[in-house]
Design a protein around this ligand. Structure first.
Ligand SMILES: O=C(O)[C@H](CS(=O)(=O)O)OP(=O)(O)O
Ligand SMILES: [Mg+2]
Length: 287
């Protein structure tokens, strides 16, 4: 795979999400361009064209390589920030505020009643949770705002926070992330591979999997998951070398499409806020 430093290419394009009554936003109508007779022919033709064209010219970059502002950024952290974020939403968190430092996370929590704070590493005073899906999965965070600070994932998201479209992803939301990008007709994506300066195998595997899914057709997840399972991060986690750890963490990070939403980061006032965006399945007759 070629690693290409992204060339800045800014294009402002509004992302057309729709509100749902429970607060989760819905992806753009996948068949918004349906034929006037109600058929889904335009969408189906787009999918066929995409398959004929093959994989798009995506970029895969580490955080240190980022220059300028990508048009579409998908920030990948499989182990564990964006697996944890997805679990937090599934446990009722309404929004996640991404913080750049632990002291900023604590200051945000302290200045907003009811907010919670999470960081990676060992449990620490003032923080309510650690960066572990295994430890988070039994929490009840209904309606809460969670401030998250980790070593790699949140740093990567903040590095591209000014991009017109920013998604944060891991294997547990890979399929919905790819479908969201398809429905947006996003074109080439800058995948920010957050681990190990852009070399983390689990993040590269997830980025490549999403890129292939965007091209359409059935993509076998197993080889990508195998790369992640045999990565250095998985070995460190399984070996107990990372603090704030549960024995199920590696398995939970490798559950493909556990959740039916993508995760979009946007600027809200002066904060970078991550929210789930529900993405419907594409019917198999045309998907
Ligand atoms: O908590 C994690 O798994 C890591 C911590 S470290 O980078 O391995 O020290 O953070 P993340 O940002 O989720 O990769
Ligand atoms: Mg990581």
């Amino acid at each position: 795979m070629t690693l290409t430093v992204h060339v800045s290419e800014v294009e402002s394009r509004p992302v057309r999400t729709r509100a749902r009554s429970d607060g989760i936003r819905l992806a753009p109508e996948p068949f918004a361009d349906r034929h006037p007779d109600g058929s889904r022919i335009n969408h189906a033709l787009r999918m066929i064209k995409r398959r004929q064209n093959g994989a798009m010219d995506h970029h895969f970059v580490g955080i240190p390589e980022l220059t300028g502002v990508p048009r579409v950024a998908v920030v990948i952290d499989v182990m564990r920030a964006f697996t944890v974020a997805a679990w937090a939403f599934s446990r009722g968190v309404e929004r996640i505020v991404l913080a750049s430092t632990e002291s900023e996370a604590l200051a945000l929590k302290e200045s907003h009643s009811g907010w919670l704070a999470l960081k990676d590493g060992a449990p620490a005073a003032g923080f309510d949770a650690v960066n572990s899906p295994g430890l988070l999965r039994s929490c009840d965070f209904a309606g809460r705002t969670l401030v998250q600070k980790t070593t790699a994932g949140t740093v990567g998201a903040l590095a591209v926070a000014n991009a017109p479209l920013v998604l944060c992803a891991s294997f547990v939301v890979a399929g919905p992330t790819a479908r969201f990008l398809q429905t947006e007709d996003s074109g080439p994506v800058t995948f920010v591979v957050t681990g190990e300066g852009g070399q983390a195998e689990e993040d590269l595997a997830c980025a490549e999997y999403i890129g292939q899914c965007m091209a359409g057709g059935d993509v076998e997840a197993a080889p990508f998951l195998h790369r992640a399972r045999t990565s250095r991060a998985a070995a460190d986690l399984a070996g107990g070398l990372r603090s704030g750890y549960h024995p199920d963490d590696v398995d939970l990070c490798l559950e493909i499409d556990r959740f039916a939403f993508a995760m979009m980061a946007r600027q809200e006032e002066s904060l970078t806020v991550l929210r789930p965006v529900a993405v419907p399945d594409i019917p198999s007759s045309i998907g």
